[in-house]
Design a protein around this ligand. Structure first.
Ligand code: PGA
Length: 233
């Protein structure tokens, strides 16, 4: 069975001691890194270098990857406050792009999101482009991306942080349509994923992984999601 992608989006949570404590908690349950799932942690930018160093020390870099929560659509220049792909690529393999909170709270447009994804691919990082409807998928489909791995996360806004996930049927149908539009993209589901419902989503062949917000903040809740994933492997 193909390994499932499990991405933890910590949003604006955790300082460094809390993040290191989370890793210690995870390690107390899994002395060895969990196999069969690719776990990606997306903390705030300043935590990337120290978490990378800690994962290296634990010998866990092979199985736990780091991701950024966003990145600039500009390569470099006069863009105060931006963080560019080249500045983070030593620490991350994945980048969340166009999360619905970025679209809604910071007005990120499809064009900016496509630029971010393109820069990630050019620098060898994997963009995880978050979408909530087929129009956003169509804007990706109109774009020519340089060769690389593209991941699309289907996250309906009503399901984010609400405890009301979409149905596995509807998520599976969306994933199927993304694959029809984009070809070889991997598709994740996100929105109120928990240890109880994760297997319903991952049990569908079209869904290659999950993007988890709230339930990734406590290592114990994420452990339940990993166990729910194992039940399928
Ligand atoms: P949630 O968030 O798991 O808390 O619903 C998902 C997300 O925003 O990526």
């Amino acid at each position: 069975v193909k390994s499932k992608l499990l991405i933890a989006n910590w949003k604006l949570h955790k300082d460094l001691p809390e993040a290191l404590g989370w890793l210690r908690d995870l390690k107390s349950v899994f002395p060895e890194p969990p196999e069969g799932v690719t776990l990606v942690i997306c903390p705030s930018f300043p935590l990337l270098p120290p978490l990378h160093a800690e994962l290296e020390k634990l010998g866990w870099l092979g199985l736990i990857k780091l991701g950024a929560q966003t990145v600039s659509g500009f390569r470099e220049g006069e863009y105060t406050g931006e963080v560019g792909v080249r500045q983070i690529k030593d620490w991350v393999e994945y980048v969340l792009v166009g999360h619905s909170e970025r679209r809604r709270l910071y007005g990120e447009t499809d064009d900016q999101i496509v630029r971010q994804a393109r820069l990630c691919l050019e620098e060898g990082l994997v963009p995880v482009v978050c979408v909530s409807d087929q129009n956003q998928v169509a804007s990706l489909a109109r774009t020519t991306f340089s060769l690389g791995r593209l991941v699309v996360a289907y996250e309906p806004p009503f399901a984010i942080g609400s405890g009301q996930p979409d149905t596995p049927e509807s998520a599976g149908k969306f994933a199927w349509e993304v694959k029809r539009a984009l070809g070889p993209a991997e598709v994740l589901y996100g929105g109120s994923v928990s240890g109880e419902n994760v297997a319903h989503f991952l049990g569908r062949g079209e869904i290659d992984g999950v993007l988890v917000g709230g339930a990734s903040l406590e290592a114990g809740a994420l452990v339940e999601i990993i166990r729910g994933t194992y039940a399928l492997l």
